[in-house]
Design a protein around this ligand. Structure first.
Ligand code: GLU
Length: 493
């Protein structure tokens, strides 16, 4: 049996370091066993999935040096590799489950489901589907479908007993069936849910080992049951420990930049980041800290994974990166700097900003410092001396930029302009705290162009850091959220 593993990201945002971590471990496991590692996109959340995010995932993983042998970009014998292109396959499989009585159409309205959940909550029960449509007669089902009534397909779940399964890292796990919901498999719009798609795809794509994040452990009973209903063997599963912030909470962008591109943009080398991700819960048999992905694959054993939450710590990563940088030959070091920032492409992007503002060429360095390197963030007092409410401006700008499709000057300008209008501020006053957050100064090169040059990841981290410096209490954060919702509601009108 050929070992086959996969990474199955959802293209709904920035390429996440957690995705790279899971990808690396899957790649290392497959490579160790002479197997194959593939990439599949789980884009069943049609509203949030974007082509831009797909491209970012491909290029971030490529930049890291992780390669796959089949995928949406490469094709392959098990395609399509985008779930949105496999709808007839899921439909066929769900029809089979319904025909066998393992799944059933459910016509419950959102209102009914909401009322059901509220009643369950009031009684202190776990909220789960109550089986209302489970035993409708075949005639009634046929008639309602015929009449075009909107419905989903749910899976049947045993009411008693315990689901037991083996995790390659955690041993035997038991979850009572009473905790497992009658999961929706196919949504009213014909899209599968994750649970149906993951089982069908892992089987049809001949995946032998599923290495994924520990947040999926509680989903295994549903998946195991689906494998049983289909009469298929289930692949082996290993649930990897989640990456943590230094305070041991789940890695989140509020506390740690999570986009792979952020690390690229601040000058972390791909091999250093990959090495660091390899240290997340895993170690080389000789405990050495500097190792390549190839070294890792050569020595990879699941038994060397420790389950205590691995901490992703920027200081430790910077230290490791320094080891890599200092070990380069002077020539290679020069090449890396060139590839990173000091190159003609970057200069071309800066020329329109600086040419008309330059009297002597040695004016350049002081103007460009915050674009070519990190800026020194002023203290909270600098922000509070502004006429405008700095925390609110930065918070709202950050929220708007998080959802901005294309990272372009005009789009960023429009975000700021409509927020300034909403807050009744002159654009100049509105921008003042943003200048401080981005450049560390009251006056710098044009703000929107600076943001474009820095890229969305670095820009957003700088805004987040400014909020940290200003200090936003929990109560104030709630208030900001409320105000931002009001802004969104007003702009939708
Ligand atoms: N789309 C899921 C995710 O991004 C994949 C989970 C899995 O590997 O089964 O986390």
């Amino acid at each position: 049996m050929k070992v086959r593993t996969r990474i199955a990201p959802s293209p709904t945002g920035d390429p996440h370091v957690g995705t790279a971590y899971i990808a690396l471990f899957n790649w290392a496991f497959a490579t160790r066993h002479g197997g194959e590692f593939i990439l599949r996109l789980e884009d069943t959340d049609a509203a949030r999935s974007t082509k831009a995010s797909e491209q970012k995932i491909f290029s971030a993983l490529r930049w890291l040096g992780i390669s796959w042998v089949e995928g949406p970009d490469l094709g392959g014998p098990h395609g399509a590799y985008r779930q949105s292109e496999r709808l007839p396959i899921y439909r066929r499989h769900v029809d089979q489950l319904v025909a066998n009585g393992d799944a059933f159409p459910c016509f419950c309205t959102t209102e009914r489901l909401d009322a059901m959940r509220q009643a369950q909550q009031a009684k202190g029960e776990t909220t789960r589907y109550d089986g209302h449509c489970q035993n409708l007669s075949a005639e009634e089902v046929a008639a309602r479908i015929q009449a075009g009534e909107s419905h989903v397909i749910r899976m049947r779940v045993p009411t008693e007993g315990v689901c037991a399964f083996d995790d390659l890292l955690r041993g035997r796990i038991e979850i009572p069936w009473s905790q497992v919901d009658m999961q929706v498999l196919l949504k009213a719009d014909g899209f599968p849910t994750y649970h149906l798609a993951v089982v069908v795809d892992d089987y049809l794509m001949e995946i032998t080992h599923v290495l994924r994040g520990e947040e999926w452990i509680n989903s295994v009973p549903k998946h195991q049951l689906l494998y049983r209903y289909f009469g298929w063997d289930m692949p082996a599963h290993a649930h990897l420990p989640l990456l943590r912030n230094p305070d041991h909470s789940k890695l989140s962008k509020r506390k740690n930049p999570t986009s792979i591109n952020y690390y690229r943009d601040i000058g972390i080398l791909p091999e250093a980041l990959l090495n660091y991700l390899g240290m997340m819960g895993w170690s080389m048999p000789d405990e050495r800290e500097i190792f390549s992905a190839r070294d890792m694959a050569e020595h990879f054993e699941l038994s060397r994974i420790s389950l205590g939450g691995p901490v992703f710590d920027l200081d430790k990563l910077s230290w490791l990166n320094g080891q890599y940088l200092r070990a380069l030959s002077p020539d290679a070091f020069g090449d890396r700097i060139g590839r990173w920032m000091l190159n003609r492409d970057k200069l071309n992007a800066l020329i329109p900003l600086i040419q008309q503002r330059t009297g002597r060429l040695d004016d350049l360095a002081p103007q460009l410092d915050y674009l070519l390197g990190n800026r020194r963030l002023p203290d909270a007092a600098a922000f509070s001396s502004n006429k405008a409410p700095a925390a609110q401006i930065i918070d709202h700008t950050l929220r708007s930029l998080e959802t901005l499709g294309a990272w372009e000057r005009n789009a960023i300008f429009n975000v700021c302009k409509s927020l300034a209008d909403h807050l009744g501020l002159k654009l100049k006053d509105f921008l003042q705290p943003l200048f401080l957050a981005i450049s560390g100064r009251e006056v710098s090169l044009p703000l929107f162009d600076s943001m474009v040059f820095l890229g969305s990841d670095v820009t957003r981290v700088r805004l987040r850091e400014a909020l940290d410096v200003i200090g936003v209490s929990k109560k104030a954060a709630k208030e900001l959220e409320k105000n931002y919702s009001a802004f969104l509601a007003a702009t939708r009108e």
